[in-house]
Design a protein around this ligand. Structure first.
Ligand SMILES: Cc1ncc(COP(=O)(O)O)c(C=O)c1O
Length: 455
């Protein structure tokens, strides 16, 4: 243990507790229907919670706190495959030893949360490891936030201060940036800001065109040139969500992103990569590294898998004192988990063309191919994605059909979520401990559910 109080007795009890918790959690190792006597408990608690919240839940889901690997238990005793993982948070799967240990270690510390004013060792160690991981870029600093949206706000403030009064921002169509007042304007989907005043100036340009890949660079560059022709060069930055999650995992090629970044550099516009969802989930720790954009990145935002969030920036963009602050860095347990997660991912065989993440991607894609060419021919018009971020379409790919399918899939034992509109996709954000036997079972359930719901 690296933090908090230590003694021989604490260490001994820590080890016992760690093993006992892990042994209990490991019992959650297969899917299972709800217990008859607990069904009412789930529906009544959810009903009450929905009234408190003021709105309903998409899935009848309330976790019991028990789960292991890809499996999660609900309070009705049912166990399901969790293929969405808190929308991308639990890359390591449920009850990973790192999570159990991080929580126990935090219990030996004297407070719950780390702050900016009076620091602890955890945020220092996490920052050091994160910055070592981006050493091929010009990124030199990291600032913690408690959400991906706030990491985005921090990025924007830094960029604005440097480029004042050039406050306009360029973003891509179909991108998602979060829910803060600023980030809802960076987000493309208008439905997410109904009734909101427009607060920040953002121009959205077309992203990589799958239907015409040869012309994709040309089209985007023409749209970018057009912005400058229309408005003058009043832009602080170009923000790129390199793997567009909410859009159903749309991404460009290395050449595409390099050309866009070159354009930005030529026009003295900073490059900000939003990796809140893609961090740690592709074939490199950062998706921008997979696209070989190291030399271009000025700002990078991350979240989710980190169990926290934050903003990387270069020396040149280091803001004046007073601009960025805030009470919290994150909880001690989360920062502990962040540190151990980064070490685990960097030291294990997860990245690269022969790593575990590529292996999982290939296994899932091979099964999708088999299904879409076999018994579900004509019913899966698309499958794709990258790394642990995979998606597919069912039937006519409408919101209604996809929602109906996902709800039936939930009843049959698999939790997913949707992405995009016209077409709507089913999104998987899978965790690393999925075994081959799990993949076999997952695809049997998918096949059954497609036959039940797609005519
Ligand atoms: C690409 C991207 N950016 C930003 C955010 C916002 O993160 P948070 O929900 O933690 O505020 C998300 C969340 O889904 C995201 O996917």
């Amino acid at each position: 243990m690296s933090i908090g109080v230590h003694s021989a007795s604490i260490n001994e009890q820590f080890n016992k507790l760690f093993s006992s918790i892990l042994i209990e959690q490991q019992k959650i190792d297969h899917i299972k229907a709800a217990d008859e006597d607990k069904k009412e408990l789930l529906s009544s608690k959810l009903k009450e919670y929905e009234a408190l919240k003021g709105r309903g839940f998409f899935f009848p889901f309330m976790a019991s706190g028990r789960g292991h690997g890809p499996f999660v238990e609900l309070i009705d005793g049912s166990i399901k495959y969790d293929l969405i993982n808190g929308i991308g948070v639990n890359l390591l799967g449920h009850s990973h030893p790192i999570y159990i240990k991080a929580n126990l270690e935090a219990a030996t510390s004297d407070t719950m949360m780390c702050g900016n004013l009076l620091s602890y060792q955890e945020p220092y160690e996490v920052s050091k490891m994160l910055l070592e991981s981006v050493s091929k870029s010009h990124l030199k600093h990291f600032w913690f936030s408690c959400s991906g949206s706030f990491a985005g706000d921090t990025a924007l403030k830094i960029l604005w201060q440097k480029k004042a009064p050039n406050y306009r921002l360029i973003a891509f169509q179909k991108s998602f940036a979060g829910r803060s007042i600023a980030m809802q304007d960076v987000t493309y989907n208008q439905a997410y800001r109904e009734g909101m005043p427009k607060t920040i100036p953002v121009d959205h340009v077309p992203h990589y065109n799958y239907n015409n890949p040869e012309k994709a660079i040309e089209e985007t560059i023409a749209a970018l040139d057009n912005l400058i022709a229309q408005n003058g060069n009043v832009y602080c930055a170009l923000t790129i969500e390199v793997i567009q999650g909410e859009a159903g995992f749309i991404y460009g090629t290395k050449e595409y992103y390099k050309a866009i970044c070159e354009w930005a550099k030529k026009n003295n516009i900073y490059v900000w990569i939003d990796e809140v969802q893609s961090f740690a989930r592709t074939t490199e720790l950062f998706a921008y590294q997979m696209f070989e954009l190291d030399q271009y990145v000025d700002v990078v935002t991350i979240g989710k898998v980190l169990q926290g969030a934050g903003t990387f920036y270069t020396e040149e963009l280091n803001p004046k004192a007073g601009l960025i602050a805030g009470t919290f860095n994150g909880s001690i347990a989360s920062l502990n988990a962040a540190k151990a997660t980064i070490r685990y991912l960097k030291e294990g065989n997860f990245y690269g063309e022969k790593g575990r993440i590529k292996d999982l991607e290939q296994k899932f894609k091979a099964k999708f191919k088999e299904l879409s060419e076999g018994s579900c021919k004509g019913k899966i018009p698309y499958f794709g994605g990258i790394g642990t971020m995979l998606s597919f379409q069912v039937g006519d790919s409408s919101v209604e059909t996809t929602n109906k399918f996902m709800k039936k899939l939930f009843d049959n034992g698999i939790i997913t979520f949707s992405a995009g509109k016209e077409p709507t996709r089913v999104r998987f954000l899978i965790s690393l401990p999925i075994l081959d036997e799990h993949i076999e079972e997952i695809f049997k359930i998918l096949e059954k559910t497609i036959h039940e719901t797609i005519i």
